[in-house]
Design a protein around this ligand. Structure first.
Ligand code: THG
Length: 288
């Protein structure tokens, strides 16, 4: 199954059987004080720097989140979207808990965006599915609902299935629903990663949809975050994760390797090209 996103002109294909598509996470003010200050001052140079660094590192899509306490995201989210798309031809993942901000951003965005996110709560489905239909956007469906977050992978799958069914009823194509199994900090819950991994396996096998998640969430509060994220990422990809929201500056090496290991990179063409161009950029110490 293929989900197609687009920037001004550039298309990105997320294929359940294909190589991993990276959604860059860094345009997100959570724990990034400098971005909060820049956004408060409407100084977008830093946003563009984050965009460029992620694209250079292998991001195929950019997550755009401008949430900080007191923000007027109904005006700031579309403004940020416009600034990024004026500079880069890349599809965007519009990340906000505020449906009004999402709609305002979709109004100005070019191409085909990904809405981040819809969940199984009635209010969310009723508010956002028509918006997705109207603007022709794909959606991320979070596996949680009015009862909150369950630890049971089967129940997460039934919530994902409900979102899928409701989306299709609202006129959204099945392939335009990307499932988020929910990734949470393993420091707070020892089974958090296992529950997510099992949900991914079931979502891939039973629903057949593309699968995303905020992959760096799992390592909050721990040292060695890169190693932890890498271990989790590799297993998740094997189980069916196809388009993680992650930091490409840290995880692209592992993702290119995982695609090769899983026979999604014939004759290692993409792997070799990636590491050769990294070496030419002077990053040889990092990649050997
Ligand atoms: N699902 C969906 N969307 C999401 C999330 C999800 N959006 C937000 C979040 N979760 C995913 N995005 C991030 C962004 C940054 C970090 C984690 C998740 C992060 N940043 C580092 C930190 O906080 O220390 C700082 C940057 C870095 O390490 O480079 O961890 O679950 N659908």
């Amino acid at each position: 199954m293929k989900t197609i996103l687009a920037g001004k002109t550039k298309e990105v294909i997320i294929d359940t059987e294909g190589p991993v598509v990276i959604i860059g996470e860094s345009i997100n003010p959570t724990r990034r004080k400098r971005l909060v200050t820049a956004l408060q001052e409407r100084c977008f140079d830093y946003v563009l720097e984050l965009a460029e660094n992620q694209i250079k590192a292998g991001a195929d899509v950019l997550d755009v989140n401008v949430g900080y306490p007191g923000v007027d995201d109904v005006s700031l989210l579309p403004e940020t979207v416009r600034v990024i798309q004026d500079a880069y031809d890349i599809p965007l993942c519009i990340d906000s808990p505020n449906p009004e901000a999402i709609e305002a951003a979709l109004k100005v965005a070019r191409g085909k965006c990904l809405i981040n996110s819809v969940n199984g709560e009635e209010a969310s489905l009723n508010r956002l599915l028509p918006v997705a239909g109207k603007y022709g956007a794909a959606i991320i469906g979070l596996a949680m609902d009015d009862d909150g977050i369950t630890h049971d992978p089967e129940r997460r799958i039934s919530i994902a299935g409900k979102i899928l069914e409701r989306a299709v009823k609202a006129g959204i194509k099945r392939e335009d629903v990307i499932i988020d199994p929910l990734a949470m900090a393993v420091s707070a819950d020892p089974v958090a990663c296992l529950v997510t991994l099992e949900t991914i396996r079931l979502a891939h096998g039973q629903l057949g949809q593309n699968i995303t998640m905020g992959a760096s969430n799992i390592s909050f509060g721990l040292p060695g975050r890169e190693s932890l994220n890498a271990a989790f990422m590799a297993i998740a990809i094997y189980n069916g994760l196809t388009c993680p929201i992650a930091n490409p500056e840290k995880i692209t090496n592992l993702i290119r390797a995982a695609d090769l290991v899983l026979n999604r990179d014939d004759f290692a063409v993409r792997f070799v090209e990636y590491f050769q161009s990294r070496n030419q950029q002077g990053n040889s110490t990092q990649v050997n």
